[in-house]
Design a protein. Structure first.
Length: 449
């Protein structure tokens, strides 16, 4: 076995606050790794993938020492920045209509459902609330005739896949959302909706109660292997272990793997202030609903009611950021787009201000595949969740722990034998090419944005 000594090229840097986490009571900070210690397993990354991997390892190896390291606090990364849709059905962001081909769509659905099932089993096992996670379904909302055509197309796909759905007309959409903007909706019952920061914080605490040791603000800066042992280093400590699981999504590239095969995308969110009783009357509709856009590059909208009050959340705009960091100008430009989308949909709320604005990272591959498997002896990875990491990360974390434990199964086999992410063109060309495709897609989405 050859020796390895790799410095991590880049550490996570976030844009704006993790709004979902900011709604919750302040969390007691966990320890940083500040000693040289040993463990049986080290999981790098405490998002959906890393925590699911750690949970599964703890289930399979009750006597083992399992350490999880994250560069940030729990729920401060993408896990506390996403829109909270754990979607079961095909949701391919790089396609014009969310679908790939029938074989991939069926495989994706099986995989996503297994992820939702594992997350729901955590809810029951660890006593999480309905606010943290509930199987409520979601609606693809259409604002324009083009959006309705997209919903028609998606309905035809679901019929082929033998998946249940319901269509809503404009009046049903108004009763749900309180706004006249939506002319059509396509309801899918199988999506679980999460308060992502609440879910991930509850998940982390539950896994710690199973004996897993989680260190926050402990960025891994170097990985080395000599003989059979890995040493994972942070600024102030290290862990020597036999097995490492990388659950860092796009930061896999920072660890020296899959250079120029992963697309680093940033997408943006804005969350309103807690709506006043008067604003809630003007809004009307239900207290909780969740809309994905009929066009993949349109606007996601959620209405929430719970910890942190009653709020609306807007997500749109995607930028290609090979450096994995968005600029202030990009955040401000997204904020302007959010304000336009909000004003178009909720003209009755012209006095509502946005309390939080943020960006967060997605990792996509051109051919919509993830990275799953043993990259070096004793070093495993489950990364590149293609924008759907709440469900896909949960299942691929569980499965990578099983693979690393010598287990097998249909889903593991299919993931292991999936193609690799296809290569991207050289940086400048990729920047221009991907940027142009995204801008064109957003232009085509028109008022769905
Ligand atoms: C605005 C927005 C909306 C989204 N909406 C949805 C949605 O509705 N549904 C959905 O499924 N997905 C959504 N996503 C995507 C989703 O958040 C990601 O796919 C998901 O978080 C990936 O999970 P993960 O555990 O693989 O990676 P992450 O959640 O990114 O976790 C990886 C962890 O690794 C840590 N890490 C990285 N490098 C190091 C290092 N050197 N040392 C230690 N730790 C390190 C990071 O700090 C991070 O906490 C959205 C994302 C954004 C930004």
């Amino acid at each position: 076995m050859r020796d390895i000594d790799r410095a991590v090229r880049q550490l996570p840097r976030e844009t704006g606050p993790a709004a979902w986490n900011a709604l919750l009571p302040e969390a007691k900070p966990r320890a940083q790794l500040n000693e040289n210690r040993r463990a049986d397993w080290v999981v790098i990354g405490a998002g959906f993938t890393g925590l699911s991997a750690a949970r599964r390892l703890a289930e399979l190896h009750t006597a083992d020492d399992i350490v999880v390291l994250d560069a940030l606090g729990v729920a401060e990364g993408a896990a506390g920045r996403n829109s909270g849709f754990m979607i079961d059905l095909p949701h391919v962001l790089t396609s014009g209509d969310y679908s790939s081909n029938e074989g991939n769509d069926r495989f994706d659905t099986r995989l996503n459902r297994a992820g939702i099932e594992y997350a729901m089993s955590a809810k029951h096992e660890f006593g999480m609330s309905d606010e943290a996670i509930a199987l409520t379904g979601k609606i693809n909302g259409a604002v324009t005739a083009r959006g309705v055509a997209n919903n028609d197309h998606y309905a035809a796909l679901l019929t082929t896949l033998n998946e249940p759905f319901e269509r809503y007309d404009s009046s049903a959409m108004r009763q749900i959302t309180g706004t006249n903007s939506y002319v059509d909706g396509l309801f899918n019952p199988g999506t679980a909706m999460i308060q992502p920061a609440m879910f991930i914080r509850d998940y982390a605490r539950a896994i710690e109660s199973q004996g897993v040791r989680l260190y926050e603000r402990s960025a891994v800066t170097q990985t080395t292997r000599s003989g059979r042992h890995w040493v994972v280093k942070t600024a102030q400590g290290s862990v020597e272990c036999a097995n490492v699981i990388l659950a860092v999504n796009g930061h896999l590239e920072s660890f020296g793997y899959y250079a120029r095969q992963l697309m680093h995308i940033v997408t943006y969110g804005s969350m309103t202030q807690n709506l006043t009783p008067d604003q809630l009357i003007r809004l009307g509709g239900r207290a909780r609903w969740a809309l994905t856009p009929a066009d993949p590059l349109g606007t996601t909208v959620r209405r929430i009611s719970g910890t942190g009050g009653d709020r609306l959340i807007i997500r749109n705009r995607v930028t290609f950021n090979p450096t994995m960091t968005a600029s202030d100008a990009q955040l401000q430009s997204a904020a302007r787009a959010h304000d336009r989308s909000f004003k178009d949909r909720f003209p009755m709320l012209n006095d509502v201000r946005m309390e939080y604005r943020w960006g967060g990272r997605l990792c996509l591959s051109r051919n919509d595949v993830s990275v799953f498997g043993e990259l070096e002896p004793g070093l495993f990875a489950a990364c590149c969740q293609n924008g759907l990491g709440t469900a896909k990360g949960t299942i691929s974390g569980k499965l990578i722990a099983e693979l690393a434990s010598g287990l097998d199964g249909h889903l593991i086999d299919d993931l292991k034998h999936a193609p690799e992410p296809t290569r991207l063109p050289p940086n400048l060309i990729a920047r221009i090419g991907v940027g142009t495709v995204l801008r064109w897609g957003e232009w085509r989405a028109g008022n769905e944005l």
